[in-house]
Design a binder for this molecule. Structure first.
Ligand SMILES: NC(=O)c1ccc[n+]([C@@H]2O[C@H](COP(=O)([O-])OP(=O)(O)OC[C@H]3O[C@@H](n4cnc5c(N)ncnc54)[C@H](O)[C@@H]3O)[C@@H](O)[C@H]2O)c1
Length: 351
């Protein structure tokens, strides 16, 4: 029997505003085709969002609420997906944990290590799974496999640069006021990706932070970070939301090992990935053209996450991202910000 699932927050991530041009199908569309879950209810504190859903969605018999508490009190559910803005995650997680419901929460799972500790102190964080979707794209899985097999030897350094023009698009107003927006929105993917593919922990960070004069964001949008791992890999991470870039790859990564290197240039971490060791080979050549697009890769990743979450809800062995694992990436983000403030290298708090 399908498990009953609810959604908290029905914005662009679960229910894309412009479905045709979206970079993903979203949780609603994925759940619609799921053999594991049936959506029973949705809460969103903005009644206009709920009205929009009611008018646009072809899924019927879903109860809609402006209060998550009311939704949880009136419906028996096996699981929820929390897609509210990050500033509300702590509150939303706590409400769901009170009901002992299994949670799939969007990244960043919480905003601070302090918030994470508050959750951990409730001793129910084993009910939480986190959407770390960069981990589940084809590139990450293939790169991790090659690094696990030591195909390029011990890793010495990684160079990753992210050049996004997020100045020209109109988002919800709160987006422009978020602290360190590039780090929390994208660093929460990238930092997690480094930890995942290397199977290593980042222990020290040193960061310089700034924004160009044309930026309309309140806080710095650009960072230049040195990350050092426990096993001694140096990661040079340069990131910005204020790039003028319109035509070159947003993301560019090179992982350098003693025996060779692996690299990818793409917008949202799509194939191709190449390995160079005496000669260049494509590690992703088996992936068909139809599965190489931004949208296809996001959907593949979301499906993998949902399949793992279904296993997690059914108490089966799964590769879901545990809360504590995800919080380790938040601890790195926090250390980066501390480094900006203290103007020196900072040790990452151990979680
Ligand atoms: N994994 C990814 O690739 C990815 C991509 C985009 C966004 N996200 C994450 O998904 C989450 C949502 O992002 P979005 O782009 O959909 O945001 P959004 O602003 O489009 O939508 C948020 C929705 O939540 C509602 N809301 C706010 N507080 C609420 C609360 N306490 N309870 C219920 N509903 C509430 C708002 O009314 C709005 O409809 C964020 O955590 C974001 O970081 C992840």
């Amino acid at each position: 029997m399908k498990k009953k699932i609810g959604l908290i927050g029905i914005g662009n991530r679960p229910f894309p505003k412009n479905f045709k041009n979206s970079n993903w199908d979203g949780w609603i569309e994925n759940l619609k085709h799921s053999n594991d879950f049936k959506i029973v209810s949705i809460s969103d504190n903005n009644i206009e969002q709920l009205d929009k859903f009611r008018k646009k969605s072809d899924i019927k018999n879903i109860k809609l609420y402006t209060s998550t508490n009311k939704m949880l009190n009136e419906n028996k559910m096996d699981a929820v997906i929390i897609c509210s803005p990050a500033k509300n995650h702590l509150k939303d997680i706590k409400i769901c944990l009170k009901k002992n419901i299994k949670i799939l929460i969007e990244k960043p799972c919480v905003q601070t290590v302090k918030q994470a500790k508050e959750i951990i102190s409730l001793k129910k964080n084993n009910l939480i799974s986190v959407v770390q979707n960069w981990r589940f794209k084809d590139n990450s899985i293939i790169i991790k496999k090659n690094l696990d097999k030591k195909k390029i030897g011990r890793i010495g350094q990684i160079f990753f640069r992210y050049l996004r023009n997020r100045e020209k698009i109109k988002y919800s107003n709160y987006i422009y006021k978020e602290k360190y927006p590039t780090l929390y929105a994208m660093g929460s993917h990238h930092i997690d990706l480094f930890r995942f593919i290397l199977q290593d922990e980042i222990t020290k960070v040193h960061c310089l932070s700034f924004k160009p004069f044309w930026s309309k964001y309140k806080y710095d949008t650009s960072q230049s970070v040195l990350l050092i791992t426990k096993k001694g890999t140096y990661i040079s991470y340069t990131t910005t939301f204020s790039s003028k870039n319109e035509d070159i790859a947003q993301e560019s990564m090179i992982i350098e090992g003693k025996k060779g290197y692996i690299y990818n240039d793409s917008d949202w971490f799509e194939p191709p990935v190449f390995l160079f060791k005496k000669k260049k080979i494509e590690l992703t050549k088996h992936i068909k053209k139809a599965f190489r697009s931004i949208r296809a890769q996001n959907n593949i990743s979301d499906k993998r996450i949902l399949n793992n979450f279904a296993k997690f809800v059914n108490n089966e062995k799964s590769d879901h991202t545990k809360f504590i694992d995800s919080v380790r990436s938040i601890a790195v983000l926090e250390a980066i910000i501390k480094s900006v403030k203290l103007k020196k290298m900072v040790i990452v708090e151990k979680i």
